[in-house]
Design a binder for this molecule. Structure first.
Ligand code: GN1
Ligand code: MG
Length: 368
């Protein structure tokens, strides 16, 4: 048996799962946490669960992450129940508690594990395939934000403080250039200059928030297209996953990351930069989907910055990948030499493409 499976059998015993674990496989998704699919036998029926190990160097306060997750998923479920949504257990994550009633397990080594019901009959995609999919993603994240506007109780924990603080991301980038730990700066001067030239955009949303034009809301903060589970049979976006960064934030960061990941039908680490392009039909579908849900609660300042937010978040991710490349690939999991640099180049290519179309992109949402 492969080592993770032995370990997973051990982990799985601690959760309130009725049945016997048969096998488990790693699920290759995400750059941060470790995710596994495990199959159990429950009285002769095969049932699957997700076991996930939280990345402790990224999420320093696992209890806060899980506290948010429990509140958010229960709220979503309550609201979906009230609206008589069909297929309830496929529309939001369901956390399986540990045998002693906790939302996560912390073992002797300090590893943090949690378990979710596996949602059957859905698929995620690393690259968007059609305007219909982009529409679905926009609608699903708009609905997600909308359902959380009336979450009662104290403010959610900031699981990663300053996660989308672009000015601080820029400063971290400058420090990485300065330190040049791996002697890589000289070889990426073009990318460094690209980033430096665009420094002023880092403050636009921060300033608007400081002036009180843009409110804090509960946001997802990682609205990558592969965090949307689409029903295999109907293509409908059923469930939003990866809720570790759901926290108080700005809706524009969510819309921006949707633009980044659903308007170019290429992978995040596409090597053929000629293929990377913000495509208007995908963007239009995304914006229509998003505003069909979020149009009711966004204010005019938020609406005015929708197109800009796509450029900003794509720039921010380019900065983060470049920072990590310069620092020796410590944050994002990489699978090949220069992987973070490839990711950075794709982002910057997309920034340029958005720059060329930004006016038309904003005009479109103004008309919706
Ligand atoms: C990370 O692990 P994953 O792929 O869901 C990152 C996001 C980035 C994304 C880029 C906690 O998310 O912020 O946008 O990679 N998550 C964290 O693909 O840093
Ligand atoms: Mg994530």
């Amino acid at each position: 048996m492969i080592p993770p499976e032995t370990q997973l059998k051990d982990i799985s015993r601690h959760f309130q799962i009725y049945g016997q674990i048969l096998h488990a496989e790693p699920l290759k998704i995400g750059h941060i946490n470790e995710t596994y699919t495990a199959t159990y036998d429950q009285g002769g029926t095969r049932v699957r669960y997700i076991h996930q190990k939280l990345n402790r160097s990224v999420f320093k306060k696992p209890a806060a992450v899980m506290h948010n997750l429990v509140r958010v998923t229960l709220h979503l479920r309550k609201k979906l129940e009230a609206s008589r949504a069909p297929d309830l257990t496929r529309r939001t994550l369901n956390i399986i508690p540990t045998r002693d009633g906790q939302s996560f397990l912390q073992n002797g080594q300090g590893d943090v594990w949690r378990t979710f019901v596996f949602i059957e009959g859905v698929r995620t995609f690393e690259a968007v395939q059609s305007p219909v999919q982009a529409f679905q993603a926009g609608r699903a994240f708009g609905e997600f934000q909308g359902l959380l506007t009336d979450l009662s109780g104290p403010r959610l924990h900031a699981t990663i403080p300053d996660f989308h603080h672009t000015r601080k991301r820029f400063e971290a980038f400058q420090r990485a250039v300065q330190a040049d730990r791996c002697n890589r700066a000289a070889s990426v001067q073009a990318e460094i200059n690209f980033a430096l030239r665009r420094e002023p955009i880092a403050d636009v949303i921060l300033d608007a928030m400081a002036r009180g034009h843009i409110p804090e809301r509960i946001t997802h903060n990682d609205t990558k297209f592969n965090n949307v589970m689409l029903d295999v049979a109907t293509g409908e976006a059923l469930c939003i996953v990866d809720l570790d960064t759901v926290m108080p934030g700005c809706v524009l960061y969510d819309f921006g990351d949707m633009v980044r990941t659903t308007t170019s039908p290429t992978l995040e680490d596409e090597i053929d930069l000629g293929k990377v392009r913000m495509q208007m039909p995908l963007y239009k579908a995304l914006a229509r989907g998003y505003l069909s849900m979020a149009g009711q609660f966004l204010n005019r300042y938020e609406k005015q910055l929708l197109a800009f937010s796509g450029k900003l978040i794509t720039y921010e991710l380019g900065l983060r990948f470049l920072t990590d490349y310069l620092s020796g690939d410590l944050y994002f999991r990489t699978h090949r030499e220069g992987h973070n640099l490839d990711r950075c180049r794709t982002q910057f290519k997309l920034v340029e493409s958005i720059e060329r179309q930004e006016t038309a992109m904003q005009e479109y949402v103004d008309r919706l």
